[in-house]
Design a protein around this ligand. Structure first.
Ligand code: F0G
Length: 463
């Protein structure tokens, strides 16, 4: 029997460490028995494999693309058969998801990977991938009748949460590290009406304070330890596979910060294979900035046995995270898909960002670690020239214009030269030369036609 019966009756919570299956989650979304993270699982899919027919699902999801219904128009809720059930009256949607998959011809040449695409999650309503998880988690908070939602953030989560809270008539509390988030992201939280607290600490310090706060106040925690966030974020991978006509790429590459996104994409891949929506798993690789590399060290130095928290530092402020909450989930995904973990320097990130920009796409610095990481994975032979690769770009270029302008003016590393940036390593001369080639500083001229023609001629000679 072909059916697309919804999963509403079959989603359960389970602890990723001790396997406990509580009926509901506490305020901190951690297991009451052992304190580890919870996740959703769908027992019905195993007990009743015919419950969801892959062909019927694919055609249902495709048909919804032409629907006028708000939930069908969302690139998250469109895939609701694979998500826990939230009644429609609680759904808060900004038509998130539905993000483009672009070819990257210039980056393909630079990496020697011909079949190279970027799934641009920065093309979401608040310009980052956070919206796909936030629509779902904010809706669950609404269903739980919370009047306040809260998060600790490096900027994007707070922008997204503030927007969805406003749409759902809820108040939002944002804890961000003072001076370490981009103006673009801060301004969004303000505009969407959040109570924004800039704390004199880093992201990890904000997380600590928030976890104490949710035990004392009736606020709904919307960081990615909230398993509803992970469920919503799964849909980016489902949508990607739909865009690729359900033909899995060989590799998917994501940035790693708090490691919620990699966990979500990996969870979706494993579930899609379980449900026979795809026949094989792409390798999911996770890239960190060298100055914020606790997960890289966890895998490479400690064989995945422990994560040693660190004081993180990188100009890619979105991933300036030293104690990622979801490291065990991400580790499981790495193992399940056979992916790799890599780290990249500040200079490599800046060059990669400019290269993605030069392809006419653009992204924020944290997203560019994916291309920088791909170059390393090519050099190590992990990614082969004939293989297909999808980079997940997590944030829009306009999130952090300061970084971009400083790069093009050549003063990004002033004061903190790349070598001087903690964990940046030895500056690579070839990379530095490449950075110079990519820099396009604005030219200040007299308001004079001849001066402009002179600039045009000079640019033509140098091109
Ligand atoms: N890229 C961007 C643009 C981000 O904002 C983040 C995380 C990541 C990548 C890393 O994703 O944490 O799921 O591994 N930003 C969070 C925030 C932490 O608060 O906005 P992750």
């Amino acid at each position: 029997m072909s059916t697309t019966r919804t999963a509403e009756a079959v989603s359960r919570l389970r602890c990723i460490a001790c396997g406990a299956t509580p009926d509901s989650a506490g305020q901190d979304f951690r297991c009451a028995a052992c304190g580890d993270l919870l996740e959703f699982f769908f027992p019905g899919w195993t007990f009743d494999p015919l419950a969801l027919d892959p062909a019927a699902l694919k055609s249902l999801w495709l048909n919804r693309r032409t629907s006028r219904d708000a939930l069908d128009q969302s690139g998250v809720w469109r895939f609701r058969e694979l998500l826990p059930h939230i009644p429609e009256e609680h759904a808060i949607t900004l038509r998130e998801g539905n993000t483009p998959l672009y070819r990257l011809p210039r980056c393909a040449r630079a990496t020697g990977v011909e079949n190279l695409h970027a799934k641009h999650q920065g093309m979401n309503p608040t310009a980052s991938f956070k919206d796909t998880g936030m629509t779902f988690a904010a809706s669950s908070a609404h269903q739980g009748r919370f009047s306040w939602v809260a998060c600790a953030s490096t900027g994007n989560t707070s922008a997204s949460m503030a927007a969805y809270a406003a749409r759902g008539n809820m108040h939002s509390l944002v804890l961000i590290p003072e001076g370490k988030i981009s103006w673009g992201k801060l301004s969004q939280a303000l505009d969407y009406g959040a109570l924004t607290c800039q704390l004199r600490t880093d992201f990890d310090g904000c997380v600590r304070i928030l976890s104490d706060l949710v035990r004392q106040k009736p606020v709904c925690l919307l960081n990615s330890v909230n398993p509803y966030r992970i469920e919503g974020q799964k849909t980016a991978a489902i949508e990607l596979l739909e865009q690729l006509a359900w033909e899995p790429p060989d590799h998917i590459i994501v940035p790693g910060g708090n490691l919620g996104n990699s966990s979500a994409i990996g969870k979706a891949l494993v579930e899609m294979r379980e449900l026979k929506l795809i026949s094989r798993l792409p390798k999911l690789s996770i890239i960190q900035a060298q100055g914020a590399n606790p997960f890289y060290r966890c895998v490479r130095e400690f064989g995945g046995k422990k994560l040693d928290p660190m004081t993180a530092d990188t100009l890619a402020t979105a991933i300036r995270i030293g104690n990622p909450a979801s490291w065990k989930k991400a580790l499981r995904v790495l193992k399940a898909t056979g992916g790799e973990v890599e780290q990249v320097t500040e200079l490599e990130i800046a060059v990669a960002k400019a290269e993605i920009g030069a392809d006419g796409i653009g992204c924020e610095p944290a997203s560019a670690v994916t291309l920088a990481g791909l170059k390393k994975l090519r050099r190590s032979g992990f990614v082969k020239p004939g293989e297909s690769v999808v980079l997940i770009l997590t944030g829009h270029a306009l999130k952090d214009p300061d970084f971009t302008i400083k790069f093009h003016r050549g003063d990004l590393f002033d004061g903190t030269s790349d070598a001087g940036t903690p964990g940046a390593g030895t500056p690579d001369e070839a990379e530095a030369a490449q950075a110079k080639c990519l820099q396009r500083a604005p030219v200040v001229l007299e308001a004079d036609l001849r001066a402009v023609i002179g600039a045009l001629d000079a640019a033509e000679r140098n091109s």
